[in-house]
Unconditional design. Sequence first.
Length: 173
Amino acid sequence: MPLQQPTKDFLKYLKRNPAIRDQIRAAPGKTLLYAGRFFKPMWKEIEELKRGNPQAWDKQTLPDVLVRILTPGSGFNNLLLYTQDVEGRVPWKPDGFVVWRALSGIFAANASGAVSFQIGSGVKADEKVFAVTEVSVLLRNPNIDATTRDLLEYYVRCVQSKNADINVGQMAG
């Protein structure tokens, strides 16, 4: 199924704006990637943790970063709003999945230092951006630390063996 026009326009916008792509990064050692679920979807658990102790929370997820990035010429105040608009107008497969893969790939490529992970159950290689994109991009990233690389090798083995129930968390630093 071909991508719909809003998705194509979004991807073209990212391609035309390298300065925006360069901003899709967490501070060094603050990147937090997540997938799957423990008791609820991981993104919801992370949001609850942040609300419970915001002063102690220093990790940055992709949505945390996207909300700070201004998007001139897009019609939206920030990249998260633009992303959510596109996601709301297109089907998840393939379009929404492609949008988040593009953003997540950039986020992982721009990571540096220690990377934190909250990876739960249900992380299937063909369904989760983490398994399809982030792991392989991070493995090619020369700017991540040795502990992150060790964890990635474990995640690769889980994905390759079709073990979708990883259930591992690691908060760096």
